[in-house]
Design a protein around this ligand. Structure first.
Ligand SMILES: [Zn+2]
Length: 432
């Protein structure tokens, strides 16, 4: 059965940063596209009452691990995109560290085709930078692009050889692809499991210093200056990394950056719980670092918020802190956590916050999404920015439960998500 794709979303506060709209108005959707109000017979449309709600372009998450192919115990394209829909995301970028790695045209096509069939939201594949993410030999970037890769990254790993990285960014730039980099100098990070600082000393844990991130951020800025290539720095978490990106932007370089909700909300003090749901890479850092990341979001040094949604099964996570894998899920908590931490604490206005999930990532990747422009695809998110609720991970659509935000008291949540004009999520859930 074809889903209804004619809607009138009535009476909401429409915030569309791309078109500088922030106004109470109706949003009309006809046949999956945004249209002018009153441009078709209202009788044929379903009404969504958005009074008291905020209506935004469908959100974009440019950093998601869907785990398919290869690790479907933790997540599948189906469950990951259901989680995305429930979290207000209508477009997500699938990281290439699957098994097999997305370093061939076939692997990119697999994700694209599977997502078209099974996905609840748009899935854009990211291709690998190096063969097998090994950091030794360049992946066939041109054929990855032809197969549908929208960006290239070795996320989870980081190319350590600067000469190879130089050629990779030059090559990707020739194909018009932004390179996303997980900034981590392996010789400095070694086998650290948390941030190096007061708490790692107190707890006696193996630690990785901020310098591991800063060294590669600095390397990437140098390479961008040298080659003109567009480089996007993933999950920036260290104070000096933010400062370096700020200066690079002042210098007019093609550098961009993202922050995650967990680096915005949490610090390394949490590690004293020895709960592996606080173990991720880059690690939770100090309060000073957290505030620097927020300041970076405020002045647009950091233009993107991305979740780094990284599902792991309980069996893999419920082990000693030292040996647990890095990563937490984020799709279903990002909006609630960032509304609470950034909007309600007066760090960002709503239009600023929405831009980090819409125009920011769209611009970085050069994709046509993240707006409510007339004639465009009707990808729309509706949120109640004041809804007080306690996050309960047992309600998640994700196959995994590895979140530090279970029990978190949030102000604000997603109430409906529309993809191509079809409602793919509504709270209370009616549409799946
Ligand atoms: Zn990463």
């Amino acid at each position: 059965m074809k889903k209804n794709t004619n809607w009138i979303i009535r009476g909401g506060r429409v915030i569309d940063p791309a078109n500088k709209v922030d106004d109470i108005r109706d949003l009309w959707i006809y046949d999956g596209r945004i249209v002018e109000p009153d441009s078709f017979d209202a009788e044929s449309a379903q009404i969504f009452n958005a009074e008291g709600k905020v209506v935004t372009p469908g959100l974009i998450d440019m950093h998601v691990h869907l785990r398919q192919p290869g690790n479907t115990d933790a997540e599948t394209i189906r469950t990951g995109t259901m989680a995305a829909a429930a979290g207000g995301f209508t477009t997500i970028v699938a990281m290439p560290n699957t098994s097999p790695v997305a370093d061939t045209a076939g692997a990119i096509q697999y994700v694209k085709e599977f997502a078209q069939r099974e996905g609840m939201v748009h899935v854009l594949p990211a291709g690998a930078l190096s063969v097998g993410l090994k950091g030794e030999q360049m992946a066939p970037i041109g054929s990855l692009k032809n197969a549908g890769a929208v960006v290239v990254t070795d996320d989870g790993r980081c190319i350590q050889n600067n000469e190879l990285m130089r050629h990779v960014v030059e090559y990707a730039n020739n194909f018009g692809l932004t390179v996303l980099d997980h900034c981590e100098d392996r010789s400095l990070a070694r086998d650290g499991v948390m941030h190096e600082g007061y708490w790692s000393v107190l707890l006696g844990m193996k630690a990785m210093p901020s310098a591991a991130e800063e060294t590669i951020v600095s390397r990437d800025i140098v390479l961008s200056r040298m080659t003109g290539a567009k480089i996007h720095l993933q999950h920036i978490s260290a104070k000096n990394a933010v400062a370096m990106v700020r200066q690079a932007k002042r210098d007019g370089l093609s550098i961009s950056a993202e922050a995650t909700p967990h680096h915005i909300a949490l610090t390394d003090v949490e590690i004293k719980r020895f709960d592996t749901n606080y173990k991720m890479n880059p690690p939770l850092r100090s309060e000073e670092d957290r505030l620097a990341v927020i300041a970076g979001l405020q002045d647009d040094t950091i233009e993107v918020i991305a979740t780094d949604h990284a599902p792991h099964t309980q069996t893999r996570k419920l082990v000693e802190f030292d040996i647990a894998p890095f990563g937490i899920i984020g799709l279903e908590t990002a909006v609630a956590v960032t509304l609470t931490e950034l909007y309600h604490k007066n760090f960002l206005t709503l239009p600023q916050l929405i831009s980090k999930f819409t125009t920011g990532p769209a611009r970085v990747m050069g994709i046509d999404a993240g707006t409510l422009s007339i004639g465009g695809t009707a990808d729309v998110t509706v949120m109640d920015v004041n809804a007080n609720h306690v996050i309960d991970s047992s309600n998640f659509y994700s196959k995994s439960r590895n979140t530090p935000f279970n029990g978190y008291a949030a102000a604000g949540q997603v109430v409906a998500t529309f993809v191509d004009g079809a409602c793919v999520f509504m709270r209370p859930c009616e549409e799946f």
